[in-house]
Design a binder for this molecule. Structure first.
Ligand SMILES: [Fe+2]
Length: 371
């Protein structure tokens, strides 16, 4: 029997309409896989093994929670088809998510960051299926994109909705857990590609150093070199009001200092990170903190993921430690390394994207934070 399917983009658009898109998303993966990452609002039945062995009762007891349509999801879109067959036999209008959670890693949504202290508007572009946050800043018909992690067409379309032209594409650092789309976006739009000055890159870019500014319409983005997560990591301060922190500072955590580093280098970087963070803490406590990642799937709720610097300081114990204590604490709490990070870094240093499907390399949650 041919099994009806739904694409990531179709499901993304449904969920983006609100009210759960009128569908029930049913995740049939093993609990351990679901614990790593899931679709916001989805239900879970740990039916993977039962479906694989052909147990006709694998989904007994399941009831849709939201409308009559059911979208089944698994890791790669195969076992979810078995779930569709069972549910259709029970009379449900069920479809399988094409490519499963791997394909879903490209799903996104947006939220406007409301900050009246800057003349520019900020749109947070959230790769919900992976936790990557990028930003579209617009003012006076011009726009800049920070940390592009999605297909260039997404940013071009979003900028077009506000009649902005993307003039600048800016990276906070060389990323290790997603493939940067910055160079591709700059190529498509003719925008200037800015990165913090580093000898790591084998392509042409406009180097940014401490104190440089990039104009976005009437707004100004000022560069703060904040080494630690990586040597070149930089934060960008928009109109003294909003700080794009990359992986240097999150809302309840700080960046990890160990990727592509020896143990001694990680220790040195942890010290640098402490100094960089202390410097950020000198900014106004009302500064909006806008990081490059979040550690949970992003809901389709149009609520920006943002915190005031004062709140972030309150919530993040590591920010209150002295340097020696900070270094020991952070090195003791390093999480597992992101999958494929050596290959991802190599591609990002070369400024290239792999042939074909990028989600194979990018699979898995991001792991750039230490809490
Ligand atoms: Fe990073």
């Amino acid at each position: 029997m041919s099994v009806p399917t739904i694409s990531t983009e179709e499901l993304r658009e449904l969920l983006d309409r609100g009210a759960g898109g009128g569908v029930t998303v049913l995740d049939v993966r093993p609990a351990a896989e679901r614990a790593e990452w899931s679709i916001p609002g989805s239900l879970h039945v740990d039916a993977y093994d039962a479906l694989r062995r052909g147990d006709p009762h694998a989904l007994d007891g399941f009831q849709p929670s939201n409308g009559g349509r059911v979208v089944t999801v698994c890791g790669a879109g195969k076992t979810s088809r078995l779930a569709v067959e069972q549910l259709r036999a029970r009379g449900f209008d069920a479809v399988s998510l094409e490519g499963g959670m791997r394909g879903w890693s490209l799903a996104w949504n947006t939220a406007e960051v409301l900050d009246s202290r800057s003349s520019a508007r900020i749109v947070q572009v959230r790769r919900t299926g992976k936790g990557c946050l990028s930003y579209l800043i617009g003012s006076d018909g011009e726009a800049a994109v920070i940390d592009a992690s999605l297909d260039p067409r997404v940013y071009v379309e979003l900028a077009g909705r506000s009649s902005w032209r993307i003039r600048s594409v800016i990276e906070t650092h060389v990323h290790a857990d997603h493939l940067s789309r910055a160079r591709a976006l700059a190529a498509v739009t003719g925008a200037t590609l800015f990165l913090p000055q580093t000898d790591r890159l084998s392509f042409e870019y406009a180097p940014l150093t401490e104190g440089n500014t990039v104009a976005v319409g009437a707004g100004h983005v000022r560069v703060l070199h904040t080494p630690g997560h990586t040597p070149e990591s930089s934060c960008y301060l928009l109109d003294e009001a909003a700080l794009f922190t990359g992986d240097t500072l999150f809302l309840e955590a700080v960046g990890r200092p160990d990727l592509e580093a020896t143990p001694e280098e990680a220790r040195t970087r942890a010290g640098l990170l402490h100094r960089s963070l202390q410097r950020l803490l000198e900014l106004a406590s009302g500064t909006a903190i806008l990081p490059a990642h979040t550690s949970a799937p992003v809901a389709f709720d149009r609520q920006a993921i943002v915190g005031r610097l004062g709140e972030v300081r309150q919530r993040t114990e590591l920010l209150r430690a002295g340097e020696a204590e900070f270094v020991e604490a952070i090195l003791a709490r390093i999480p597992r390394t992101p999958p494929n990070h050596h290959r991802i870094v190599a591609l990002n240093e070369a400024g290239t994207l792999p042939e074909g499907d990028p989600t194979e390399l990018e699979a898995g949650a991001n792991r750039c934070a230490v809490a």
